[in-house]
Each structure stands twice: as structure tokens, then as C-alpha cells.
Write a protein that binds this ligand. Structure first.
Ligand code: GDP
Ligand code: MG
Length: 337
């Protein structure tokens, strides 16, 4: 159990509607007899396009993506519901080859754990780069009895489409996949086909989650992911992936009348967050020249949160050096990993 799991339901209960309104067009799907629902794990080495795939299937940006590998550290459920199916996506962290640091070990465990209760696995690979890590992942997957669909992503990067056929042939000989499908998550090629394919592997049953709900994660968790994404984007390759964001305070203040002036004040949520980096040099980079970078990160993150949560946000960011935290099991636990 992590902190983010624990807080899953407090804030969601109050603000589910705001989140649903943001993600939904307001139409409630009708549930018929042939409704299918289930869990789908998206597995593959870092950078093959797992987050991009889930986001495009959902039609919304939920899991964060980046050019840098390993921006997803947590399990994220994205939920796609329409008239005849509900697909609950689990976006797993990558499975790592070298378990050098404690955090990588945890991520490996999380990736395997994510498979415990799923109905189908999407094993994602890159059209152009089939590597040793992919084989390692496949070895782990082979230990389960789950149907595995091979998703050959980034098909847009293959100029001559006929080149994909021998590749598909090679894959089908290396493992007994339930199906093989080439897609481009980025361009949206063949995603309808993939969606239908997924549905065909799900059991007949009513929706698992409220059809209006897109995520079972708390706003607290989403807030920390948004901040992390903004830092990664703002600092390019200068800051490694091993930074973390801790939400220190998340307090809703309802709309109220100012006792002094009698004026009505809008509802606002105060969020204080600490960004932990490994070295002083990284702190300087995150803060930027005269604080310019952290200021922009704060503005961008706040705007995204206001759009997502549907209310005014007051965001305060701190940057701290927590030396070697990714090596320290205790420090990791205190951060909720
Ligand atoms: P993850 O680590 O597996 O979650 O990968 P991401 O979803 O973060 O994607 C990694 C990079 O690959 C990003 O720069 C994406 O824009 C890019 N990418 C993802 N899917 C595609 C695709 O279908 N085609 C191309 N050309 N790039 C893609
Ligand atoms: Mg990802």
C-alpha cells in the first residue's frame, strides 16, 4: 500500500464530478447484455510508447510521456468506457535489466505485480528497435498464463510497410502470441483495430468502475505527476529521471464570504509540493536563472491542475536535495514507493 493508494478515495469522492466533467462529453453509456469489461496491462521496455498508446486510446492525456525513459513510476489506471466495453488500463513502469538501485528493483516488482489481476497483456515493442531488454520482458511474461498481444508500435517510422511483415513473422516464431498488431500510437494508426482486439479478449461482465470515472487515482497523485512532467519538459536532458515530487499539503478551501469585506471568494485548493533531486547541481538547474525555470514549472502545472480539477489552485513549490534517495529503501518508503 502506498500513500497514493491510501488517498485514492478521499479526494475522488468529493471531486469525481469535476474530473468526470473534464474528461467526459457528458453522455452516459448504456449497458447491455453483451458488455465486456476487464483489466489490460501495457508492458514493454522504457520508451517504446506505452504511455502514448494509453493516452491516445483514452483520447485524453493522463499518464505522462516524455522523450526520456522511465517517466512513469506508478501504476496508473486509465479507464475507457463506451456502449459495449470498459477497458481498464494499467500502465506499468518498465521492467529493468540492471537492478542497480533499490528503486529499479521496486519498479520491477511493481511491473510484475501489475500483471497479477489482469485479463490481457499488451506487450509493446518498437518497430525499429528490437533489443535484449524486450526478450527479458518477454521471459517474465512467459511465466504468466495470460493471453499476450504483441503491439508493434511506431509503425509510422517504417517507411516501407512491407518491411513490417518479416518482423511480424519473426516475432510470431519467437513466442506464442495471442495476436500481433502493428500500430502507431502517436499518429493513431490502427488504434480502432487494437481497441476491438482488446475487447474480444475481455470477459462478459458489467463495468468494473463507474462509467463516468476515468481514473481511480487521487487528485494528489495526479498533481504530483503534473508537476513532475513540467520539470522534465522544462529541463530537457539536464535533469535525470530520478527526481520525485512529494505533495506536502493538499487543502481545499470552499467558497466563502469574507467576514471583513463581505465579498464572496471562490473555492480554492492550496497545494504545497517538494521536488526532491539527488545533487545540488540538479537543484540549480530545476530552479533556473533567478528562479525562472521553477516559476514557469509552477505556472504551467497550476494551469493544468485548474483545468483538470475544475477550480482555482494555489501552488507552492520547494526544491530540496535528498542525496542518494533512490538508493535508500527507507527514504523510498517514506515517499510512498
Ligand atoms: P514509454 O516509456 O513506453 O511510456 O514511452 P512514451 O509513451 O513516453 O514514448 C516515448 C517516446 O516515443 C516519445 O517521444 C513518444 O512521442 C514516442 N512515440 C510513442 N509512440 C510513437 C509512435 O507511434 N511513433 C513515433 N514516431 N513515436 C512514438
Ligand atoms: Mg511511460
Amino acid at each position: 500500500m502506498t500513500d497514493t493508494d491510501k488517498t485514492t478515495h478521499d479526494h475522488d469522492a468529493a471531486n469525481e464530478n469535476a474530473i468526470a466533467a473534464f474528461f467526459n462529453d457528458g453522455s452516459t453509456p448504456k449497458i447491455g447484455e453483451n458488455f465486456r469489461a476487464g483489466f489490460v496491462a501495457i508492458v514493454g521496455r522504457p520508451n517504446v510508447g506505452k504511455s502514448t498508446l494509453m493516452n491516445h486510446l483514452l483520447g485524453q492525456k493522463l499518464s505522462i510521456t516524455s522523450r526520456k525513459p522511465q517517466t512513469t513510476r506508478h501504476r496508473i489506471h486509465g479507464i475507457l468506457t463506451d456502449d459495449d466495453k470498459q477497458i481498464v488500463f494499467v500502465d506499468t513502469p518498465g521492467i529493468h535489466k540492471k537492478e542497480v538501485k533499490a528503486i529499479n528493483e521496486r519498479m520491477n516488482k511493481a511491473a510484475i505485480l501489475a500483471l497479477a489481476d489482469v485479463d490481457l497483456v499488451l506487450f509493446v515493442v518498437d518497430s525499429l528497435q528490437w533489443r535484449e531488454d524486450d526478450l527479458l520482458t518477454l521471459e517474465k511474461l512467459a511465466q504468466t498464463n495470460l493471453p499476450i498481444v504483441l503491439v508493434i508500435n511506431k509503425s509510422d517510422t517504417v517507411k516501407d510497410k512491407s518491411k513490417l511483415l518479416p518482423l511480424m513473422e519473426e516475432f510470431s516464431q519467437s513466442f506464442d502470441f495471442a495476436d500481433i498488431i502493428p500500430v502507431s500510437a502517436l499518429r493513431g494508426h490502427n488504434l480502432d483495430g487494437l481497441e476491438r482486439l482488446i475487447a474480444s479478449y475481455l470477459p462478459l461482465r458489467p463495468p468494473i468502475f463507474d462509467p463516468e470515472q476515468i481514473t481511480d487515482r487521487s487528485e494528489r497523485f495526479l498533481a504530483s505527476e503534473i508537476i513532475r512532467e513540467k520539470i522534465m519538459r522544462a529541463s530537457g536532458d539536464e535533469v535525470p529521471y530520478d527526481l520525485t515530487v512529494q505533495i506536502d499539503n493538499f487543502k481545499d478551501e470552499p467558497a466563502h464570504q469574507d467576514p471583513e469585506t463581505g465579498k464572496w471568494r471562490k473555492a480554492v485548493t492550496f497545494i504545497d509540493a517538494t521536488i526532491f533531486v539527488e545533487r545540488a547541481g540538479q537543484k540549480t538547474i530545476v530552479i533556473g536563472d533567478k528562479g525562472s525555470r521553477i516559476k514557469q514549472v509552477g505556472i504551467d502545472a497550476r494551469l493544468d491542475m485548474e483545468k483538470l480539477f475544475g477550480r482555482k489552485i494555489m501552488l507552492t513549490l520547494w526544491v530540496k536535495v535528498k542525496k542518494g534517495w533512490s538508493d535508500d529503501e527507507r527514504a523510498l518508503s517514506s515517499l510512498g514507493y
